[in-house]
Design a protein around this ligand. Structure first.
Ligand code: MN
Ligand code: MN
Length: 302
């Protein structure tokens, strides 16, 4: 990390994200639409003085990740659902990425506890020089000891300014090779847990409602180019949702323009990720910065 200001910004973003996550954790979301959840949580981030690093994800049951609300999305939380709410705050592009699982079916509480415990065990072993593969082993061991399965093809990641997935992965299982954590770099760790009946993997679903810019090359469609400029100015390379552009373009036109930009590969669309055996998935996530002799968990609970 070049300057202390970056550390300050990571810490400010982390404090805001943690405060909001703890509000999310204790709130009763039963009967709320995912549209209301995403908009409310994003509002809590903004009113604390950060920008959203990505659209709030509200991924229900066997959907592990990458579902955000469509404009006026009517899907509503039921009194048996398990919902992963994954949120990101950013200040000048320095990101805090954190998640919590709310669970309204007591028989699945153990999944949530296993994700939290695996994350806690991972955080307590972090310092500069620790191997990512050893973190993966710890996460896997904690989850399996409770009789559950980690999701093997989802992982944590390095973070950089305006970049959520900055190239390095922190696995949720033991794996050969990998890298060692650097002092003063930012990373996210995010164990995902499924049941014993789960396959322990996710597959891509049909729905794609999170997008991000790939390239700023012109498309020869002036209105699509205007949307691309808008996206760059508002979100840089960070992810966004259709909800975030329908104040400037009506929904139908915004969808058509997004399709143009996706075909031209100026924008990419991320599919939802679904557990292969359609079993429930729980997640917990922190952002952290390794130190010479320990760790700063930027999204530590207040
Ligand atoms: Mn996240
Ligand atoms: Mn993450």
């Amino acid at each position: 990390m070049k300057k202390n200001v970056q550390l300050d910004e990571y810490i400010k973003a982390g404090k805001i994200a943690a405060e909001v996550r703890e509000i999310v954790r204790v709130k009763d979301w039963i009967g709320k639409s995912v549209y209301d959840i995403c908009e409310e949580v994003e509002g809590e981030i903004k009113k604390r003085g950060a920008k959203c690093a990505f659209p709030v994800n509200a991924s229900i049951n066997e959907i592990a990740a990458h579902y955000t609300a469509e404009p006026n999305d009517p899907i509503t939380i039921k009194d048996t659902d398990m919902v992963k709410i994954d949120l990101g705050a950013q200040i000048n592009g320095y990101i805090a990425d954190t998640a919590v699982t709310v669970c309204y079916d007591a028989q699945f509480d153990g999944l949530v506890q296993a994700a939290e415990e695996a994350l806690g065990d991972a955080m307590s072993m972090i310092k500069a020089g620790v191997k990512a593969s050893d973190i993966g082993r710890t996460i896997e061991t904690t989850i399996k000891q409770r009789g559950y399965k980690p999701i093997a093809n989802l992982s944590g990641h390095s973070l950089d300014q305006y970049t959520i997935h900055a190239g390095k992965s922190i696995p949720n299982i033991w794996s050969i090779g990998g890298f060692s954590l650097s002092e003063n770099s930012a990373y996210a760790c995010e164990p995902f847990v499924t049941t014993e009946q789960g396959g322990g993997f996710v597959r891509n679903g049909q729905i794609k409602n999170i997008f991000a810019m790939n390239s700023r090359k012109k498309t020869k469609n002036p209105e699509a180019d205007r949307l691309l400029d808008f996206i760059w100015e508002k979100f840089n390379m960070l992810p966004f949702a259709l909800r975030w552009i329908t104040k400037e373009w009506d929904e139908k036109q915004a969808k058509e323009l997004l399709d143009v930009l996706i075909k031209k590969k100026a924008i990419q669309a991320y599919p939802v990720l679904i557990e292969v055996n359609e079993q429930r998935v729980a997640q917990a996530e922190h952002t952290f910065i390794p130190l010479e002799d320990g760790v700063t968990v930027t999204t530590k609970a207040p």
